[in-house]
Design a protein around this ligand. Structure first.
Ligand SMILES: Nc1ncnc2c1ncn2[C@@H]1O[C@H](COP(=O)(O)OP(=O)(O)O)[C@@H](O)[C@H]1O
Ligand SMILES: [Mg+2]
Length: 298
């Protein structure tokens, strides 16, 4: 059964619905011809299936910051690069201009990440346009051309689970090699497209090198994959790919095709990875991650 809130219909007539207000300017600009239906209304955005010429695409309409939930936590926005110093000061002060700037930075972070990751060969939806707080992108579809299900909505045989897990670890390594940590990777933000898993939902993606929380976020992303696929293939539950990947990254030895073992040998060294693991999701984790980042690489 599909979870509540998904595949919302609304009044759909002849394969189109009355366009929502937020999409009107895109229709006027000729970026969208018709709105077919609302796909979901999530925590941060509403997603619509739209027609553009003879293509079906997907329009992600970001909710206003005030309607959003938890994700605008400090670790996501920390060190996000803001070039204009007036903007940076306003963001720090929380003025109205600052809030607008922060909002724009949040939304365009997803667009930036999509372009950066697509260029790095990561399977993400192809972005088409970003206009008035709406991201127009490729609609990820299943073998029948319908909107692809989230991993959370499918059940997998053990072999499929291992295969998708391995594919996604390569994607995580490609992302990290491109300097990006997803930051909210889970079965809810991966679609099972006709050609395999596709990673979505990137507004909180962070710069791996410039963010004090990158290590913690990478480990959490990889742990989420382990927990999900481990439900179908319990042998995965013993693996430690996150620590292994982060260690390779820190030593400058990470390649997208690195042969991983799933094991990680803890040894006394410059990086107290054990400490990071124990303190994960703990109040002290932020400090630990900061210390981890500040360790000289030897
Ligand atoms: N490119 C896409 N193709 C198909 N479905 C999509 C696409 N982008 C988002 N969706 C659907 O919309 C839902 C919400 O999108 P997402 O980017 O995860 O936003 P949020 O979780 O912040 O609301 C996804 O779970 C997925 O079902
Ligand atoms: Mg999501």
């Amino acid at each position: 059964m599909l979870p509540a809130g998904r595949h919302m219909g609304g009044a759909v007539h002849n394969g189109r619905m009355k366009p929502p207000k937020r999409l009107k300017s895109l229709i006027e600009e000729g970026l969208i011809d018709t709105v077919v239906r609302q796909l979901t209304s999530g925590k941060e955005a509403m997603v619509y299936v739209v027609r553009c010429g003879d293509e079906t695409r997907c329009a992600k309409v970001y909710k206003e910051a005030t309607q959003r939930s938890f994700r605008q936590a400090v670790d996501y926005s920390e060190n996000r690069k803001v070039k204009n110093t007036r903007q940076a000061r306003a963001m720090a002060k929380g003025t109205r201009f600052g809030k607008q700037a922060q909002e724009a930075a949040w939304q365009s972070a997803e667009v930036d990440a999509l372009y950066r990751l697509a260029a790095a060969g990561v399977r993400v939806p192809r972005p088409h346009n970003f206009c008035d707080g709406v991201l127009l992108m490729e609609l990820v579809t299943d073998a029948d051309g319908a909107a692809a299900p989230r991993l959370n909505d499918v059940s997998l045989a053990p072999g499929q689970a291992r295969e998708h897990h391995a594919t996604l670890l390569i994607e995580v390594m490609r992302m990290l090699c491109a300097g990006v940590v997803h930051g909210d990777l889970s079965e809810f933000n991966i679609l099972l497209g006709a050609a395999g898993p596709v990673i979505i939902d990137l507004p909180q993606a962070v710069d791996a090198a410039g963010n004090n929380h990158a290590a913690r976020m990478l480990l959490r992303d990889v742990d989420n994959l382990r927990a999900f696929f481990g439900r179908f293939a319990p042998d995965l539950l013993d693996t430690e790919y996150g620590l292994e990947i982060w260690d390779l990254y820190q030593r400058g030895a990470l390649r997208p095709d690195a042969a991983l073992t799933g094991r990680f040998e803890r040894q006394a060294g410059p990086v107290d990875v054990d400490g990071v693991m124990v303190e994960i999701d703990d109040a002290r984790a932020e400090n630990a991650a900061r210390r981890l980042r500040l360790q000289p690489v030897q």
